[in-house]
Design a protein around this ligand. Sequence first.
Ligand SMILES: [Zn+2]
Length: 164
Amino acid sequence: MAILPGMTDSRLFSDEAARTALAVRLVACGITPTAQRLDIAEVVLSGHQHVAADQVLERVNRGGGAVSKATVYNTLGLFAERGLLRELVIDASRVFYDSNTTPHCHFYNVDDGTLTDMALPPDVLGCLPATPAGTYAEALEVVIRIRNRLPSAADEAISENFRL
Ligand SMILES: [Zn+2]
């Protein structure tokens, strides 16, 4: 449907309002909201998610855009530095960006490469050893590496019985 003068398209309006809200959020963190930074912000800040930089690069350019890999990596680093994202270094080759910046821990599924939030019981903090003299705990980061279970022999026997 063509948008004629005087007509409004509620979807266009809500997209524009969401983009404006993102720009305000970036400015509040001292970040100049360039078009490319807003494109990246739309991908990473539009809902709770854990994404790797390569996924962000692919999503930002999905519509034919030409945001460079360096711009994506630098912008994600800037967003993390300014507290918009949390950087999660899973291992030397895997860094994820988490749009949930509140304190929480993660399960990392080695088999499919996904991260899942994990809440720790509040009393866990009381069980931790004291920090070395002259220091304090800034953050608690726990990643539990998990793998998918292989079907057990019992499960295989059950599925064997149902095989036609
Ligand atoms: Zn998370």
